[in-house]
Design a protein around this ligand. Structure first.
Ligand SMILES: *Cc1c(COP(=O)(O)O)cnc(C)c1O
Length: 423
């Protein structure tokens, strides 16, 4: 089936007399009639629900839908995007290991990699997304276990050359993990370009309405852990699970099963059933929303580019963007809804412009139906000096606008009245 149909139909198939809509199973526990049956579930001999920290029928339906949308063999929901990044990495990395990551990634992931995982003994090397294949190969060490990047980076809006990074990973028998939050599976399927593991903050476009935090990890099932010989945790007995060998017991689903039965068991960053239900409602209309977000963002970006009060606009959908060619390859259906721009007059003009917007509200969020703006220099990146801001690719005057699904003319009129008021 086509992706539009999958958004609406995948993941849940009601039997006779069952609810048509995915039910919210608000229960931590599940009843069985014999100790033997329960024991078989614990031993992973049988499939079934026994405790919501590990699996829940509402979560299960949404996981199946997202796995289908991304083209993976399985998925696991988490309580937030940050937990998805943490588990995706910890599942195959431990103290003494090394990761290579693109610099163009979400600030929260940057902190996770450069501060918190460092405390766990995992080292990281950041590389420019424009790095040459030869230089990238030179950065890979004996203990490198993962290459990490973001399809469309938040907030830098750089488009990753996924195939270049996938080739470097596979030439060295390690997997490529891609954060696909901004495009969503509607605009890009990183697995088709060689990604092995895909993750999302579902708090953004997948939920789409700014109502529930969440994350998801999708396993392509394509990485051969046994042939690689670098991932003993998957290919040798797990003593915390009476000696189970994940690749032997679960084949192509080894990675995602281990993430659940070992790390979700131990870390417990489980989503609430209610939030899974809300996420599923969002996914039902993902295809319609992403189309409109992309259409509106392009119109707003084009308007800003032709406005002489605006110094610069960054949006890979614009022909003037240095990433336009990459966008045409990886994001042919549209470049999602977030744009960045700077008005003439620097930081001060940005603050005034934001204060004068009426329809577009100032919020610390992106990627929902309502148009919003954020000025990183005075909020998320407030502690940095102007020089430090430039170093991490955030110009002091940068305004990040998350273009919603209202009428584009109204969004543009709002910006126009704010520009008229301040200049
Ligand atoms: C927001 C975001 C995250 C973190 O997700 P939370 O749900 O806020 O924990 C990770 N990656 C990207 C690209 C994001 O935009």
């Amino acid at each position: 089936m086509k992706i539009e149909t999958k958004c609406v139909q995948s993941g849940y198939e009601p039997q006779n007399g069952e609810p048509r809509v995915v039910p919210i199973v608000q229960s931590t526990t599940y009843k069985y009639s014999s100790a033997q049956e329960m024991g078989d579930l614990f031993d992973l001999k049988e499939d079934g629900f026994f405790y919501t920290r590990l699996a829940n029928p509402t979560a299960d339906a949404v996981e199946k839908k997202i796995a289908d949308l991304e083209g993976g063999v399985g998925a696991m929901l988490t309580s937030a995007g940050q937990a998805a990044s943490l588990i995706a990495i910890m599942n195959i990395c431990h103290a003494g290991d090394h990761i290579i990551s693109s610099t163009a990634i979400y600030g929260g992931t940057f902190n996770l990699l450069s501060v918190t995982l460092k405390k766990f003994g995992i080292d990281v090397t950041f590389v420019d997304p424009d790095i040459s294949p030869e230089e990238l190969q030179n950065k890979i060490k004996e203990n490198t276990k993962i290459i990490f990047g973001e399809t469309l980076a938040n907030p830098a809006l750089r488009v990753l050359d996924i195939e270049k990074f996938a080739k470097a990973a596979h030439d060295n028998n390690i997997p490529l993990i891609i954060d696909n939050t901004f495009p969503t599976p509607y605009l890009c399927n990183p697995i088709e370009f060689g990604a092995d593991i895909v993750l999302h903050s579902t708090s953004k476009y997948m939920d789409g309405h700014a109502v529930s935090l969440g994350g998801v990890i999708v396993d392509s099932g394509n990485f051969d852990w046994e042939a690689s010989k670098k991932f003993e945790e998957l290919t040798t007995p797990d003593e915390s699970y009476h000696g189970i060998v994940y690749t032997k017991a679960f084949g192509r689903s080894a990675y995602i099963v281990k993430a659940r039965v070992q790390l979700m068991r131990d870390l417990g960053c489980t989503p609430a059933p209610m939030n899974c239900f809300l996420l599923d409602l969002g996914l039902d209309t993902l295809h319609l929303r992403m189309e409109r977000h992309s259409e509106n963002a392009l119109k707003v970006a084009q308007y800003l580019e032709n406005n002489d009060k605006i110094a610069w606009v960054s949006y890979p959908g614009l022909e003037s963007s240095p990433d336009h060619a990459l966008a045409q390859k990886y994001l042919p259906k549209g470049c999602s809804g977030v744009i960045a721009f700077g008005p003439k007059g620097g930081r001060e003009a940005s603050a005034k412009l934001m204060d004068s917007l009426k329809l577009a509200k100032i919020v610390c969020h992106v990627a929902d139906v309502r148009t919003s703006v954020l000025h990183p220099a005075s909020s998320t990146h407030r502690q940095l000096t102007d020089e430090q801001l430039v170093e991490c690719g955030v110009k002091p005057e940068l305004i990040r606008m998350s273009v919603g699904i209202e009428n584009a003319d109204d969004i543009i009129a709002d910006i126009q009245q704010a520009l008229d008021a301040i200049m």
